[in-house]
Design a protein around this ligand. Sequence first.
Ligand code: GTP
Ligand code: MG
Length: 202
Amino acid sequence: MMASVDVDYIFKVLVIGDSSVGKSNLLLRFSDNIFHETFLPTIGVDFKIKNVTVKDKSVKLNIWDTAGQERFKTITAAYYKGAHGILVVFDITDRESFNNVTNWLNEIKKNAGVNVVKILIGNKSDLESNRKVSIEEAKKMAESQGMVYLETSAKNRINVDESFMELTKSIYEQLPEKDKMSKGEGQKINGTRKPVKSGGCC
Ligand code: GTP
Ligand code: MG
């Protein structure tokens, strides 16, 4: 029998952005501390679970890693529904992936709820000498959209955990006060609040 794990919150998180910016590797680094040099484009969507703690609350993150390739857009659009937080990723060495952030933000507007928390991630910060997008420019664009901007390296494990934790914290902080009650009190939250079995799915 599986052990029962008491979870205070379940948050649905999505990782989006152009193909090859490093979405899957960010998630792999966060969930399993793995990095793949070889590019294996995601087909449709992948899924990972990670349990974290925020302000003494246990949070189960259901993280959906979407394919960036255009041909999967219709499939991936279906996964935005009910998302609490979204990491919008571009590659700091790929100007076009930054220009396309606007398109990804439009996808969010079309497919996700208005209260979804978004964070802008500039990945591959280890490739500084090949940088095509300045920190200032990325920060400015993030601020104009009400987003925090963070730079990561999935390869060198820089800021990866911090990015997912920042998103989790922001989701938690924007929950209505009544939903931030201590264990055993409230019932329903923006993210589901219920005890779950470990290994149970979304
Ligand atoms: P799709 O699944 O097609 O949307 O791509 P993706 O965004 O998931 O990209 P993926 O994580 O598969 O990484 C693409 C390539 O970039 C791979 O060859 C990775 O090794 C490389 N990569 C990912 N993150 C980093 C990083 O932080 N630094 C460097 N130097 N390379 C990275
Ligand atoms: Mg991928």
